[in-house]
Design a protein around this ligand. Structure first.
Ligand code: 3PY
Ligand code: MG
Length: 253
């Protein structure tokens, strides 16, 4: 089966960089995959993207060096199975509150006897290779999002779930859970202390830790701290931000 670069980088102690797609566009996803990204994530939770639109985006990412991943809209067997069958090489599950949530997510991602995934990897086998079934359970990345009060409370138990590769922090929802506005400032407490606590817990369990970074400074700081999977904002933010900067510079002369 084709190797999973995100897992390989983690095993080698190297950080991985991710692009994040909210635009429902295969072409935009392909462009992101050619922008020196190790991974590109199709966001079905907050992007206006449903399953039919996600499939050609996964196909487009497959034509680039980046690993095709998706964030599911909800922790649900049907959507998880469909996305994996469509060739997602890893999934991020939002709003995981408990070990039971994480177990149900991992179970939907894994074929028996480890899980309950149903067999029919129509595109998965095209992207992964003919031995997909033998290696899919170990090759596909499964990350649970930590971004709620309950998720924080149960962090250790979530990280201990067998088959879960690690956790992925959503700093906006996490800020809300901490009583802060949803515009995360990584320097502000209690967010800063909470991020440090999550990093320490992931290290204790020897599991991967990823994070969505809404600014360049945020992403650079996470890299310095040794986070494993750093997502560089999203397509809409980068397009608007870089274009606005160029416009300001050109107007200035
Ligand atoms: C959050 O910051 O809450 C996220 O889910 C990132 O997309
Ligand atoms: Mg969130």
């Amino acid at each position: 089966m084709r190797r999973n670069k995100l897992k390989d980088l983690f095993a080698a102690g190297q950080p991985a960089l991710g692009g994040w797609m909210g635009f429902s566009s295969p072409f935009a996803a392909e462009v992101m995959g050619h922008a020196d990204m190790d991974v590109v994530v199709v966001d079905l939770q907050h992007g206006p993207i449903y399953l039919d639109a996600a499939v050609p985006m996964l196909q487009a990412i497959s034509a680039t060096p980046a690993v095709p991943m998706a964030r599911v809209s909800v922790n649900q067997f049907f959507e998880i199975n469909k996305l994996l069958d469509a060739g997602a090489y890893g999934l991020i599950c939002p709003l995981v509150n408990s070990a039971a949530d994480a177990q149900s997510f991992v179970s939907a991602c894994c074929y028996p006897p480890q899980g309950t995934r149903s067999f029919g990897p129509s595109r998965g086998v095209l992207y992964g290779g003919p031995d997909y079934f033998e290696h899919a359970n170990d090759t596909i990345t499964k990350l649970a999002m930590i971004e709620t009060t309950d998720g924080l409370k149960n962090l250790d138990k979530i990280l201990a779930v067998k088959g879960l590769d690690g956790v992925f922090v959503g700093p906006s929802d996490l800020s809300l859970a901490l009583g802060l506005p949803p515009t995360p400032d990584f320097r502000a407490d209690p967010l800063r202390k909470t991020l440090a606590r999550i990093l320490k817990a992931a290290r204790k369990h020897k599991k991967m830790i990823g994070i969505f970074c809404s600014t360049l400074e945020f992403a650079q700081e996470m890299k310095r701290q040794g986070w494993d999977f750093i997502v560089l904002a999203n397509d809409a933010y980068l397009l608007r931000h870089v274009t606005t900067q160029w416009a300001a510079a050109v107007r200035k002369g």
